[in-house]
Design a protein around this ligand. Structure first.
Ligand SMILES: Nc1ncnc2c1ncn2[C@@H]1O[C@H](COP(=O)(O)OP(=O)(O)OP(=O)(O)O)[C@@H](O)[C@H]1O
Ligand SMILES: [Mg+2]
Length: 352
């Protein structure tokens, strides 16, 4: 039964808190060995959904199946799910070894097997040699890995991680992302990863689920979520973007997309479906070029290291344009007149 597409199946889940519908008709089929992220703004239901899967909340409606078995009526310890909570709550007075051993003792696993499994779990998170340390004698990333080892040692079918990297600094976050991907590959582990960092979600996931008000806005591969957002909310939440409203106009052999303040050429196929459109144009897809069609003036410059973001005024409308600093500093100053080249194939949103 390996790698079936509905290894973990969430079916029409609902959770109500008083007047709030925290989880609103969520259905997802997750493949074995897949890493799925839940992203969305604070309060959108990420933790609630994760807790329902782990058995720490009871859903009001819907069912959950894991590896062919219905699990939604079972207590957490009988579900074969392992949850790492946001503040990963290690036992401060216990050594690393004892922290990892705890769950095995609860399960009454024999000493010999306990020792073998603890050794394996600590090796999986690359913490051999740290058995006798207390959590206070570890770095944030090391504590994080103990929390994960504590779950892995119980050999869960699904690992549930609630914002596991949010307390770590930027470099450590990058390293831990790689480690989580490595664990997933090595153990063919199914992982649900909650984050509100959209860049983290794009870089770590096989698929991303964007949530808003307890509802799925989009469920797709990271590149599709970024390049073909389903609606304006997704476009704005995942990355930064210009959203341009306008009309298609056919002139001679060209199709122009005309906003209130300017127009640019797009592929003719876009005008076939409708007269009006909403274009999602990412800042890095617009180029500052001497032969660009659209004239503007730089109103603000934000230096970001690898790229510079220019805010460009085009007869009253402000557009974001990103320029990679491949040759060092950007070349433009505030108030410089410039010309912009827009992509002919922006993504058009179909919202009703
Ligand atoms: N135990 C509870 N009782 C009442 N309301 C709750 C409870 N837990 C969560 N909520 C509400 O349900 C909604 C979803 O909360 P949840 O914790 O799942 O959000 P989240 O997406 O994890 O947010 P964050 O990014 O801030 O962690 C929120 O409106 C929250 O106030
Ligand atoms: Mg949360």
């Amino acid at each position: 039964m390996s790698n079936q597409s509905n290894y973990l199946a969430l079916n029409n889940l609902y959770k109500y808190f008083d007047k709030i519908t925290a989880v609103n008709n969520i259905s997802i089929d997750i493949e074995q060995g897949e890493l799925i992220s839940f992203i969305g703004p604070s309060g959108c239901g990420k933790t609630t959904l994760l807790r329902i899967i782990g058995g720490f909340h009871k859903q009001d409606e819907g069912t959950i199946n894991l590896d062919g078995q219905q699990i939604d009526h079972l207590p957490p310890e009988e579900r074969s799910t392992g949850m790492v909570f946001q503040n990963y709550a290690l036992f401060p007075h216990m050594s690393v070894f004892k922290n990892v051993e705890y769950g095995l003792k609860v399960e009454k696993v024999k000493k010999e097997e306990r020792n073998r499994r603890i050794k394996d779990a600590l090796a999986q998170v690359q913490l051999e040699g740290y058995e006798d340390r207390k959590p206070s004698e570890l770095s944030g990333g090391q504590q994080q890995r103990v929390a994960i080892a504590r779950c892995l040692v119980l050999q869960p079918k699904v690992l549930l991680l609630d914002e596991p990297l949010s307390n770590l600094d930027a470099n450590l976050r990058m390293i831990m992302r790689e480690e989580i991907r490595r664990l997933k590959e090595e153990l063919n582990l199914t992982i649900i990863f909650v984050t509100h960092d959209q860049e983290e979600a794009l870089s770590i996931s096989d698929r991303v689920i964007v949530l808003k008000d307890g509802k799925i806005q989009q469920l797709d591969r990271p590149d599709n979520v970024y390049n073909q957002p389903q609606n304006e909310f997704v476009a704005n939440f995942v990355g930064h973007t210009n959203i341009l409203e306008g009309q298609f106009e056919d002139h001679d052999n060209k199709t122009l997309f005309k906003t209130e303040h300017f127009s640019f050429e797009v592929q003719s196929k876009f005008s076939n479906s409708s007269k009006n459109g909403k274009a999602v144009v990412r800042p890095e897809r617009i180029s500052i070029m001497p032969n660009g069609d659209v004239e503007g003036k730089i109103s603000k410059i934000v230096y970001n290291g690898s790229f510079t973001r220019y805010f460009v005024l085009i007869s009253g409308e402000e557009i974001m344009v990103d320029d990679f600093n491949a040759h060092g500093l950007g070349h433009y100053k505030r108030n410089d007149p410039i010309k912009l080249a827009f992509p002919t194939d922006p993504h058009f949103i179909n919202e009703n």
